[in-house]
Design a protein around this ligand. Structure first.
Ligand code: UDP
Length: 237
């Protein structure tokens, strides 16, 4: 294994689980993600996952329709727990021991978030899925990914998305758009490149956590990123 990534934090957006459905969860897509995760776990890499909830509910959207923002955000956080449990199920079906830790107490379905316990699970080869975001409204699961990555000392954040990296302009609009191989945090922040929200980027910058942005739709990409193959865009110092 080339790079020496021992512990990764994989950020999966809610949309990543949605496939082409437009809403909710596509079980086929979840199975594919689970099998890719299983593949890297079997090589001894420790995998923690932060999953989003945008395939089910987004706080800002609820607020735009007149809901109280904080309440809407709590609903969004609860949505992420549904995604976390779905992923856990898919992973355990293929014999990957997995724990869900929720930042909002839900003791019947998930462990509470306990940092040291999460680390212990990882050391034992279990996948840990962090649900309910940071537990705080007005935050995102991208920021949660940066926070948890710092807390568990992850070597890297894998931001698996629907595009194959970061471009200098929108490739759907501009056919001349160019993809960056690497970028520094400050560039991402000042150019407002919207890889992750600025709070998440700032946290990564402060803690020196590299972010690799790549397309989850290409099979084998998680393994490729772990082995240090150059895919997507890497954001670092
Ligand atoms: N959320 C929150 N605090 C957090 C993380 C998430 O309030 O720490 C809420 C917020 O409403 C957000 C929703 O949960 O819109 C779903 O998360 P996110 O939008 O980050 O999911 P993704 O875009 O990754 O699917």
């Amino acid at each position: 294994m080339g790079t020496g990534y021992q512990r990764i934090l994989l950020k999966l957006s809610g949309e990543a689980l949605m496939g082409d459905l437009g809403y909710g969860i596509d079980p086929q897509v979840v199975q594919e993600i689970a099998s890719e995760v299983a593949e890297v776990v079997s090589t001894g890499v420790q995998v923690a996952i932060v999953v989003g909830g945008g395939n089910i509910f987004r706080g800002v959207k609820g607020a735009a329709r007149g809901m109280d923002r904080a309440t809407a955000d709590y609903i969004g956080m609860i949505a992420t727990v549904m995604n976390a449990m779905t992923l856990q199920d898919a992973l355990e079906q293929i014999n990957v021991p997995t724990r869900v830790q929720s930042a909002i107490a839900m003791q019947e379905v998930a462990e509470p978030y306990i940092r040291r316990r999460a680390i212990r699970h990882l050391e034992k080869g279990r996948v840990v899925i962090f649900g309910a975001g940071s537990g705080n409204p007005f935050f995102t699961t991208d920021t949660t990914a940066a926070l948890r990555a710092a807390e568990i000392n992850a070597d890297v954040i894998f931001k698996a998305t629907k595009v194959d990296g970061i471009y200098d302009s929108d490739p759907h609009v501009n056919p001349q758009a160019r993809r960056y191989h690497s970028l520094n945090y400050t560039h991402v922040l000042t150019q407002d490149l919207r890889v992750m929200d600025s709070t998440a980027i700032a946290l990564c910058k402060e803690n020196n956590i590299p972010i690799i942005v790549f397309d989850l739709g290409v099979r084998g990409n998680i393994r490729r990123a772990v082995t240090g193959e150059q895919i997507g865009t890497i954001v670092g110092g």
